[in-house]
Ligand binder design. Structure first.
Ligand code: BGC
Length: 367
């Protein structure tokens, strides 16, 4: 009997040690970001890692240098490290199929972060309302030029869009183009180059030099004769940086040109101060990281009720089951944060939210 009791005690001890170990084993998150060469992903990567670690997770963070093959390897390594969940911002929405199958086979949930992955292994999509990003750019132009009351006036405009491998790029472009199309159709806006198709104005990998080169070509081909340019609608800041540089080097006119952007990259905020860029659509990526963590926590706690969950985030975020398809006909549950417009007039907003500092010279730096 004594022997039985001590055996039982030993068993209880083993079991309780096991229980403690199980309860305390930190969950592991694999965070795969596209590149460090585009400013925002550095912020996303470090915020995500810090937020997950603060919440007790073990976090692996990789950047894949805009190389889709390398991103596959990086994610495979994370799976080999037994991550419990993957948070991925894809370089190429269609290049991850093999590793997505591997994640699905391993039962690892995948959060498509900011950029959608076109694969059914995606569990949730966390992003901003990408169509609205473009719409805000278009509406900015519409208001700034008072297009609705322009009468016979004609304004000349060019477009620069993002990377075709990034699903966001078409949403941004369509949001802006749909907003301005009535004015293009009415002749109030004139796309002098005639380049109005996404593929014609796209910028592989959102590369600043690629945007610069195309802008220089457009300016020398269509504006060298003194034609006045009024607006260059750029989908984001990395492309706006190249376009602003081309305007400086290759545009002879002296009129102010509206240049749009997105992200609040530090160099672009400086351009806004200097009048070389007019606005940027700001997306608070700290909020995006916090929402991602809250979602993952809810997933591990049990069933996710998306509509109820968004009310707990503390930041404006829509639960959307209609807008995005991960494969044809197969919608993905999405959590979409709300973007906002930043211009020279409200730069202080970025300081007020605590993520940027303003120097005595009036320029902003990211904290
Ligand atoms: C992001 C933008 C960013 C772009 C290039 C997009 O997927 O949503 O914020 O400007 O990638 O990095």
């Amino acid at each position: 009997m004594k022997k039985f009791v001590s055996l039982l005690l030993a068993l209880v001890m083993v079991l309780s040690v096991f229980a403690v170990a199980t309860a305390e084993a930190p969950k592991k998150v694999g965070i795969s970001m596209p590149t460090q060469s585009l400013e925002r992903w550095n912020r996303d990567g470090s915020y995500l890692k810090a937020e997950f670690e603060k919440a007790g997770y073990e976090a692996i963070l990789t950047y894949s240098d805009n190389d889709a093959g390398r991103q596959v390897n990086d994610i495979q390594n994370m799976l080999a490290e037994n991550v419990d969940v993957l948070v991925i911002s894809a370089i190429d929405a269609e290049a991850l199929n093999t590793v997505m199958d591997e994640a699905a086979n391993a039962g690892v949930a995948v959060i498509a972060y900011d950029r959608l992955i076109l694969n059914d292994a995606v569990t949730y999509y966390v992003s901003f309302d990408n169509y609205t990003v473009g719409k805000l750019q278009g509406q900015y132009v519409e208001t700034a030029l008072d297009l609705a009351n322009a009468g016979d006036k004609v304004y000349n405009i060019e477009f620069t869009a993002g990377d075709p491998a990034d699903t966001n790029a078409t949403y941004f472009f369509n949001g802006a183009f749909d907003t301005l199309k009535p004015y293009i159709d009415a002749g109030t806006l004139n796309v002098v180059s005639g380049q109005t198709e996404f593929q014609q104005v796209a910028t592989a990998q959102w590369n600043t030099d690629t945007a610069l080169n195309r802008a220089q070509t457009v300016l020398s081909s269509f504006y060298a004769d003194g034609t006045v340019l009024d607006v260059w609608l750029c989908s984001n800041d990395s492309t706006a940086l190249g376009v602003a540089q081309a305007i400086e080097s290759d545009y002879a006119g002296t009129n102010p040109i509206i240049v749009t952007g997105q992200d609040g990259d530090v160099a672009n905020l400086a351009n806004i101060v200097d009048g070389k860029q007019t606005m940027t659509v700001y997306k608070n990526v700290m909020d995006e990281a916090v929402v991602t963590l809250s979602l993952v926590q809810a997933m591990f706690a049990g069933e996710v009720d998306g509509a109820a969950l968004v009310d707990t985030f503390g930041v404006a975020c829509a639960f959307d089951t209609e807008s995005y398809e991960k494969t044809p006909g197969n919608k993905v549950d999405s959590f979409l944060l709300v973007p906002s417009v930043v211009t020279k007039d409200n730069l202080n907003y970025l300081v007020d939210i605590g993520l940027y500092e303003m120097g005595d010279d009036g320029y902003l730096t990211a904290k």
